[in-house]
Design a protein around this ligand. Structure first.
Ligand SMILES: *Cc1c(COP(=O)(O)O)cnc(C)c1O
Length: 342
């Protein structure tokens, strides 16, 4: 069945697709899980997620390769990461093997909504899990719901690539030994004020620093930093409170193994940032968004790559990883999971 969607006009918003996956945990075990057409959730007003924000999520994409296969990119890493996120919030992990099968099932059921090769659009997949039973005294819920819905999203760089302008935030994202390394809704709830305030002041994103010393670079609200030195080494910040981005880890592998670049994963002082040649933000949505400028309390850090285009190395990384994803460049073993044909 052909669906009536103009792929090139799609933005990043919720577009309902016919099927979603649901599995419930009854306090003892997960049920068998099933697809449903019902997009509404009915839970108690006193559900753990509503009172104490017990929820974690993931984000990945399905897309059509050059030879017409519908695939996902390294979904095993999302499955694993969600297990870790759930454990940190005292939620029963949804087994990684079942996560992978559930993603396959829901994508295959919504295959008409997977955008065609070359459109730049993709099917965004949102697995999430929350405490669904009543909790009033502070403790983990007994019952949980694991769900996956999908929504087609448009090309990230519609109308061309425009480097971003960031500011060094006066707010903190995640405490040392806190929950910054897991994909929990609560990390986003507390970043809303910082991002709205950044937008109101004309900035695209916040650069968060380590809260303990405010001297090292952490990440933005939803993407990891990747820097390129003037002699073309890749540098990515290391910290226990950064969310381990699948995209960033993949880009570092590509840099080393495909492009022969040196990669350093280490602490990055804010004071070192002006010496870098290029800066990008890594995440599933955009792969890499180039950063042109960072404001730090009156000081302006302008990268040599400028405000017009991606830096040279950033571009090479972007083209190589998207080439691997789209099936134009051979992928490392296990990176591409085929679901069905379009
Ligand atoms: C999801 C997320 C990222 C990006 O991770 P990917 O796996 O590459 O999509 C980066 N930072 C935060 C805080 C995130 O929640």
């Amino acid at each position: 069945m052909a669906v009536d969607i103009n792929w090139s006009e799609l933005g990043f918003g919720y577009v309902k697709t016919p099927f979603r996956y649901v599995s419930r945990f009854d306090g003892e075990k997960w049920d068998g899980g099933a697809l449903t057409e019902d997009d509404k959730i009915t839970i108690s007003e006193c559900a753990g997620v509503l009172q104490y924000s017990q929820s974690v999520f993931e984000g990945l994409k399905a897309y059509t390769t050059e030879d017409g296969r519908i695939v996902t990119f390294r979904p095993d890493l999302n499955a694993e990461r969600m297990v870790g996120s759930a454990e940190r919030l005292e939620m029963p992990p949804f087994p990684a093997e079942r996560f992978l099968k559930a993603v396959d099932e829901v994508v295959a059921a919504n295959r008409d909504y997977v955008p065609p090769y070359g459109s730049g659009a993709t099917l965004y997949i949102r697995p999430f899990m929350f405490g669904s039973s009543e909790v009033i005294g502070v403790k983990p819920a007994k019952e949980y719901e694991f769900r996956i819905f999908t929504t087609p999203v448009g090309p990230y760089f519609k109308g061309g690539i425009k480097p971003l302008v960031l500011r060094v935030s006066d707010f903190d994202r995640a405490a040392p030994r806190g929950t910054g390394h897991i994909k929990a809704g609560l990390n986003y709830a507390m970043s809303m004020h910082a991002i709205v305030d950044a937008h109101n002041n004309g900035f695209d994103e916040n650069m968060f620093l380590d809260p303990a010393t405010r001297t090292y670079v952490e990440e933005t609200g939803g993407a990891n930093f990747l820097f390129v030195t003037r002699d073309k080494r890749i540098v990515t910040p290391k910290s226990d409170s950064i969310l381990p981005s699948v995209t960033r880890r993949s880009l570092c592998y590509v840099a080393e193994k495909y492009l022969g670049l040196k990669v350093e994963h280490r602490k990055v002082a804010l004071e070192e940032v002006p010496s870098f040649a290029e800066c990008g933000l890594c995440g599933t949505a955009a792969v890499i968004s180039p950063v042109g400028k960072i404001y730090d309390h009156g000081r302006e850090i302008l990268f040599p790559s400028g405000m017009e285009k991606m830096g040279e190395v950033t571009r090479l990384l972007y083209d190589t990883l998207t080439g691997i994803q789209m099936g134009r460049i051979p992928a490392p073993e296990g990176w591409i999971r085929e679901i069905c044909r379009r």
